[in-house]
Design a protein around this ligand. Structure first.
Ligand code: NAD
Ligand code: LMR
Length: 441
């Protein structure tokens, strides 16, 4: 089998060790000759980079491995770039969450004003990564799961329409894993139909390979428990705030019981509830910094101090095995069926062609083929049109340096009550993001 060369962009990410361990666990399906980590924060990446050097020497001594901040070294001779960067890191995520909350509005990483702020920061870096990839390895594919995925995907569509970038989100994957547990199946047993935008969609069918429909059975369960399941099936989304989110899915389902909702809809359907249940001085960013970040970096420091990974191994990010499925689909033309973020072009029959939507696709060596999801009902279509317009306005605001358009984006967001509040939040966000955003006029 061919062996691949991979660069992980965002090498200092808390997800990097889990993904590397997952890759090691999948070498029989996806052989790797070279693995590189790339980050623009040398110090942060070095901690994980050194610990992984020790781990890889013990577990995969034949694999060539480096970590670097030099783009040429990182992007030369690579087949795949797995991208998970966070422009501004947790310090800025914290502000994305706390600034809106100060104004009584949802403070969230990808939804509402926080997502808009993060989007404005991410576009430049994502486009730079794509350009580096194309400069040094023109045939490389980027599998991008950097957030806010909806805005990043729209920016790629507008600014780099012909680039080999595949945008994917792990939330549909994680939720289907939960659904499979609810009905006693595995995710591999199931094919779904799904429509929406990233962090804004609905499942319309969950079938096994024999064609049996499980949506009614899952709906009965979700009506009572949301997506809360007994066993840890979705190891990434386990913190208390996530348990709360899985439970809340029952109230999302109540709004339209025909379809199974994406959990992120809670920020749009119940923003008042979310604000009332948020602690404006301790948000998800704090939970992640005190939890995942501490855990991952202290394991890395332990490995470095001991000079061996034995006894303090990184855990396998098995939730991320979808990345291997996606890379394999491209590499071996497997026609894997996965939910992806793609330009609509008729996949949702009664929605704009140029909207970046989230739908099931077949993936092969030529890229992604969206599967037709037919027409969608007015309620969902109207919500999606509002939200996709927010995302488009953000990208336009970024390109044109337009204050007006960004104010419109915030005003249009279903999470923001008025143009006045939108303006107040925007002015605070501009202040906080001076180092990252283009100047707005
Ligand atoms: P993190 O802050 O721990 O890691 C992000 C890394 O990206 C940092 O080391 C930072 O220095 C680096 N970075 C920032 N800008 C960069 C640039 N221009 N070039 C190279 N590196 C750059 O964040 P995290 O919580 O681990 O999340 C990383 C990203 O992955 C986020 O966008 C997050 O939303 C997304 N994400 C990934 C998964 C997954 O399963 N892999 C799941 C959810 C979210
Ligand atoms: C993260 O894991 O930090 C996010 O990307 C999603 C979450 O858990 O809030």
């Amino acid at each position: 089998m061919k062996e691949f060369s991979i660069v992980i962009a965002g090498g200092g990410s808390t997800y990097t060790p889990g993904i590397v361990m997952m890759l090691l666990d999948n070498l029989d399906r996806f052989p790797i000759r070279t693995l590189k980590l790339y980050d623009n924060d040398a110090e942060r990446q070095a901690v994980l980079g050194e610990a992984l050097a020790i781990t890889l020497k013990e577990k995969a001594p034949d694999m060539e491995y480096i970590y670097t901040t030099d783009p040429e070294e990182a992007f030369t001779d690579v087949d795949f770039c797995f991208a998970h960067i966070r422009t501004g890191k947790y310090k800025m995520r914290e502000l994305d969450e706390k600034i809106p909350l100060k104004h009584g509005v949802v403070g969230q990483e990808t939804c509402g004003p926080g997502g808009i702020a993060y989007g404005m920061r991410s576009i430049k870096d994502m486009i730079e990564l794509i350009d580096l990839m194309e400069q040094y390895s023109p045939n490389c594919w980027m599998l991008n799961y950097s957030n806010p995925a909806a805005i990043v995907a729209e920016a790629c569509r507008v600014l780099r329409p012909n680039s080999r970038v595949l945008n994917i989100c792990d939330m549909p994957v994680g939720t289907v894993r939960r659904m499979s547990q609810i009905i006693g199946k595995t995710p591999q047993d199931l094919d779904v139909r799904y429509f929406g935008l990233n962090h804004f969609g609905w499942w319309t069918s969950i079938k096994d390979k024999e064609g049996n429909e499980y949506l009614p059975q899952i709906r009965d369960y979700v009506e009572e428990h949301g997506y809360l399941t007994q066993v840890e099936v979705d190891t990434q989304h386990m913190d208390p705030s996530w348990q709360e989110t899985h439970k809340k899915a029952k109230d999302l389902l109540a709004v339209d019981p025909r379809f199974l909702p994406n959990t992120y809809l809670k920020y749009y359907f119940y923003p008042d509830y979310v604000v009332n249940h948020s602690n404006p001085t301790y948000t998800r960013a704090n939970e992640v910094m005190d939890g995942r970040e501490k855990e991952v970096f202290s394991t890395a420091r332990e490995i470095i101090a001991k000079g061996t990974s034995s006894g303090s191994e990184f855990s396998i990010g098995s939730h991320a095995s979808f990345i291997v499925d996606l890379a394999r689909a491209i590499a071996f033309n497997t026609y894997e069926r996965m939910v992806m973020i793609v330009e609509n072009n008729g996949a949702i029959a009664n929605f704009d062609n140029d909207a970046m939507v989230e739908v099931p696709c077949l993936i092969g060596s030529d890229g992604v083929e969206p599967l037709n999801q037919g027409k969608i009902p007015d309620f969902e279509r109207a919500l999606m049109y509002q939200q996709v317009t927010v995302e488009k306005l953000v990208v336009q605001a970024y390109i044109e340096g337009s204050y007006q358009k960004l104010w419109q984006a915030l005003t249009l967001s279903k999470t923001v009550p008025s143009a006045k509040v939108a303006k107040e939040i925007l002015d605070d966000l501009i202040e906080a993001n001076r180092e990252f955003w283009p100047e707005l006029k």
